[in-house]
Design a protein around this ligand. Structure first.
Ligand code: GLA
Length: 381
């Protein structure tokens, strides 16, 4: 009898411990940054992992390979923490090839039509690594290099840097790029991008995290609600290159000006949804001015987790993980099926180097490229 009580008590204690472990820490945590080893890349050297924590127990991990964000642990409305981004448990997963999970994308995020552009009368030829087009910086973009990194002096983040040499992937000029991740006690992940060059070059850096705010990537993101502060988007051709027009979202499945469930219209027989196999388009943000301003907000209704995106960029590529097809096994052996994650890639518009009517992406020598995107994690009660 006594033994049975002891067993029941033990099970109860274990359940309680597991529960408490998953919940918001009762005492404020210490913010900080720590560094550990994450393996090494053949011929490219050691890879480090930086773990950022804040006073609320939020934790973000990033590695020097691709400046990849490997995990973001945030609480739900009952204080339960979960990892809300797709990725792998170890470096081998990232080295095997994957669709840019958590990476910094560069030198040019998204597509350049036909893999070519002309700048100051000179023609440049880039890799056609996505059908006829150039995608995400080419065959070996910024996502596949080991970056240098050091913790920020303020103890709240990490600074990554790399110099992309003149001619890398066909782009002109030595480009010195810096990306910092800062985690504040307001549960903000602040991403700062900075670059300088010695020859005029297009630059378009972005962050390619795949969010699933449920914390359970065996479920799709179709039930997440999304709001995008954009009256227009840039429709594309069948190869996902913008036609050049800025078209009103009004009356189309691209109207997210009011919070709308992502799955509500994704299967509508709209030509643009066919081209993208779902959403894989650039929205023209309404935001104005030089400071980060509201771009988009996602809510996962069951857990109440939210992420709000503010940026200095003119556009955001909203991508619903349409090309995930169950062939990749991520963290914990989880299979990533179609729509297991969504991306909100703040950026200049795709194919800007070939679209004179789009805001310019050309960085001139002597000038500074500085953009900022803030992801704020929260809960809706
Ligand atoms: C971006 C592109 C998509 C796809 C993903 C990676 O979001 O717009 O078409 O290439 O990256 O798979």
């Amino acid at each position: 009898m006594l033994r049975r009580y002891a067993v029941v008590l033990c099970v109860f204690a274990l359940c309680l411990a597991a529960e408490v472990g998953a919940r918001r820490p009762l005492l404020p945590q210490k913010s900080g940054v720590s560094k550990s080893s994450f393996g090494s890349v053949p011929d490219a050297g050691d890879v480090d992992m930086f773990t950022l924590t804040n006073a609320n127990g939020v934790e973000i991990r990033a590695i020097t390979y691709g400046a990849i964000i490997t995990s973001i642990r945030v609480p739900d409305r009952s204080g339960r923490f979960a990892d809300v981004v797709l990725g792998f448990d170890n470096l081998e997963g990232y080295l095997k090839g994957h669709p840019y999970f958590g990476t910094v994308v560069g030198r040019y995020g998204n597509r350049i039509g036909g893999g070519h552009f002309t700048l100051n009368g000179q023609a440049f030829k880039l890799a056609q690594n996505n059908g006829p087009n150039h995608l995400h910086g080419g065959v070996k973009g910024f996502d596949k290099y080991v970056w240098k990194a050091e913790p920020l002096q303020n103890g709240l983040g990490v600074a990554f840097s790399r110099t992309s040499p003149d001619g890398e992937e066909g782009y002109p000029g030595n480009l010195a790029a810096h990306v910092t991740y800062t985690l504040t006690d307001k549960n903000e992940l602040v991403v700062d991008y900075h670059a300088t060059t010695d020859k005029a070059t297009p630059v378009n850096l972005t962050q390619h995290s795949y969010f699933n705010l449920s914390g359970d990537p065996s479920t799709t993101i179709l039930g997440h609600e999304l709001r995008i502060d954009a009256d227009r988007y840039t429709p594309v051709d069948a190869t996902l290159i913008p036609t050049g027009e800025l078209v009103p979202v009004q009356g189309t499945p691209f109207d997210f000006r009011k919070p709308t469930t992502i799955g509500a219209r994704i299967e509508q027989p709209h030509e643009q949804l066919k081209f993208g196999r779902g959403y894989d388009h650039n929205w023209v943000l309404n935001r104005k001015g030089s400071q980060p301003a509201f771009a988009a907000r996602v809510l996962e209704p069951k857990t109440g987790r939210t992420v709000e995106v503010a940026t200095t960029e003119p556009g955001v590529q909203f991508y619903t993980g349409n090309f995930l097809d169950g062939t990749i096994k991520g963290k914990g052996g989880q299979v990533y099926n179609q729509r297991a994650g969504l991306c909100l890639e703040t950026q200049h518009f795709p194919d800007s180097p070939n679209k004179p009517n789009f805001p310019s992406t050309v960085l001139q020598p002597g000038k500074e490229y500085t953009t900022r995107t803030v992801f704020t994690f929260g809960v809706a009660r």
